[in-house]
Design a protein around this ligand. Sequence first.
Ligand code: NAP
Length: 258
Amino acid sequence: MFTSLKGRSVIVTGSSRGIGRGIALRFGAAGCDVLVVSRRLDEANAVAAQILAEGGSARAAEADVTRPKDMQAMAKAALDSFGAIDILCANAGIFPAAKLDAMTEADFDLVLGTNLKGTFLSVSACLPAMKAKGFGRIILTSSITGPVTGFPGWSHYGASKAGQLGFMRTAAIELAPFGITVNAVLPGNIASEGLAAVGEEYMRSMVASVPMRRLGSVADVAHAALFFASEEAAYITGQSLVIDGGQILPESLAALKD
Ligand code: NAP
């Protein structure tokens, strides 16, 4: 049995939909005070309202992870509302596809700026409160794409997701003396609004390449994030956990034949 997380304060960036929303709902159900963060306040408010309706504690904040001032305001909102920032789930991310021959500098900067620099800005904003308390759990949403696999159209995305792990390893060393752990979840293909936008054909081909023969759910990722946030994960830092139904395991297509 895991120690209850009731009363812990958690910020989840990019939680208006998809994986972030799943993480926010799961931490809400675990009794945490949840700050639901996205660029669209209406959507974030709707998720916070759902957590409240389910008996939890939540509020919403409008913030863009690419803007340092927004990240400072986000941290202040959590402190003003809940008195602490115990857990940060740096989850906000984008995955627009562009093959190398068509990729512009602006495409590259947008993806790296959101996924990688956004991770740095989210973490930096929360550090003063975590250091002051001598406690913190930081969970990054990376991906199998980049750290483990590749897919045409996502070289910038893969670089951003692998970059998050490079950031994590040194951050984990720097922050260990302050009682702060930094870990990452690496989702495979998870049924989210963002993935649905990639298209039906892509989703079908992904299901065919997963030994468990289904896409992951946002709850599958949320459970892993909850584990890294737990008291019981106190001695785990700088690590990553793949949540992909076995997708990275097959050596070839033949391995998936019945
Ligand atoms: P999604 O359904 O498109 O949701 C993305 C979330 O991020 C939304 O809440 C969006 O909210 C927010 N967001 C985007 N840019 C933002 C910004 N600049 N500032 C603040 N919030 C921002 O995507 P998802 O599939 O849930 O993906 C979430 C994370 O999981 C990403 O980091 C992604 O790389 C990672 N991931 C996803 C999969 C998958 O299969 N779905 C697999 C591996 C990794 P607003 O638009 O309201 O701002």
